[in-house]
Design a protein around this ligand. Sequence first.
Ligand code: XMP
Length: 520
Amino acid sequence: MSQDIHSEKILILDFGSQYTQLIARRVREAHVYCELHPYDMALDEIKAFAPKGIILSGGPKSVYDEGAPAIAEELFELGVPVLGICYGMQLMSCHFGGEVVPAGKREYGHAELQAQGTPGPLFDGFFVEGKSPVWMSHGDHVEKVPGNFEVVAGTANAPVCAIQNVARNLYGVQFHPEVNHTPRGELLIDRFVRQICDCSGQWTPGQIIEDAVIRIREQVGTDKVILGLSGGVDSSVAATLIHRAIGDQLICVFVDNGLLRLGEGDQVMDTFAENMGVNVIRVDAEQRFLDGLAGVSDPEKKRKIIGGLFVDIFEEEAAKLSDAKWLAQGTIYPDVIESAGAKTGKAHNIKSHHNVGGLPDYMKLSLLEPLRELFKDEVRAVGEEMGLPHAMVWRHPFPGPGLGVRILGEVKKEYADILRRADAIYIEELYRTGHYDKISQAFAVFLPVKSVGVMGDGRTYEYVIALRAVETKDFMTAGWYPLPYAELAHISGRIINEVKGVNRVTYDISSKPPATIEWE
Ligand code: XMP
């Protein structure tokens, strides 16, 4: 019998720290469901949410600033355990009569926490020989400890770095347990949600799947569902999950735009149609995309054309499936958080990345988004649990406009064919040498310029391929990956020998910023 995996949940109130999403990921890693909400969530909503625990995040403001973010005072009277992190701890301290002041010395980076007295239930195991390395990032600290709270630990700079009122289950830490630089931080968050908040840890891939299957069945009943399959992780996992729930009621539309990687169209069909028996309509639209892109070299225009054609073609296919009532999408939790941010004006886009802007209203399809609550790592875990191939689940991200933004300037079939073959050699070598999984994203870029070379006894005049590989956590900033010279030499040799039309290979050593990851 399936249990309700949403019955135990943690509420994270966001005061604007750059680390807030990490808190949520650590809670999920402790196998407990949680949601992120703005700090000013109304008390009634908080009560309706019925959290088993509340975490107050850090934030950039000072509690003593005018108009500093505050919370409903009654929050502390709900009888629910609260953990305040950084700003959250300062807010809690002020609420209970403590005092927060600007630190004499700001503290950013590693610090050593020194325990005082007995650690108590939350900090059990957090100190080894009375010490624990932590990550700090603050300009204020608690000067006067609130009544009924005791100090658990401090650093040389900030004597009050962890406080608790065990009887009322209120805890505060000045450091950031959610970041990897706090080695035992994961343990602390795990203890908070499982020991202090008494959650049993039902949020596992197996349970997530079981729950999603039940919910999809309840939602769609006997209706038909259409889904745009791209071969990427999110749409693949969504398709697999929905197929598990409703089988043939799911119809996937896979638009082959001619801008995919080598063999990708066949791989998608093999995995879904052949092996899993999913209903997939493959639309071979290469020529339409090439025609649409002819003569266009502006990157944003190319994106709009590719996105627009995708919608047109998808609509044409959907019109043939007039009995479909639902449109499934692989929206994931960070997209949900990001679009909430966009509404409040927090988000800022440099490229029009998410080119699939949904379908026109007149199609009257309801949205089915089975991955809406999941972080990317959870989507992958669910995909693996359902038996999707490892390489598909762990594949580097691939932009919606595909090779369209990796062929600089005008897109031509000749260029796409050259690029596909060069890219396939590059990726094959990265797998073979074990670098692929250490890299966040790697790909080849086609440069439509010709340079002189010599092959055998002849002079050549051919195209240039650039190779890119980056390491990044969030794709907002990225460093170039230090691929060893010997491997670069081998890859370059293979591409020039095996791909006709290329006589020069370069390696991109730009970081983001100021360069972006894609070349367009
Ligand atoms: P940039 O180039 O902005 O890329 O540093 C950051 C991440 O976004 C991906 N990207 C795209 N994804 N449509 C997408 O779906 C796009 O138009 C697009 N442009 C860039 C890029 O591959 C990287 O992962």
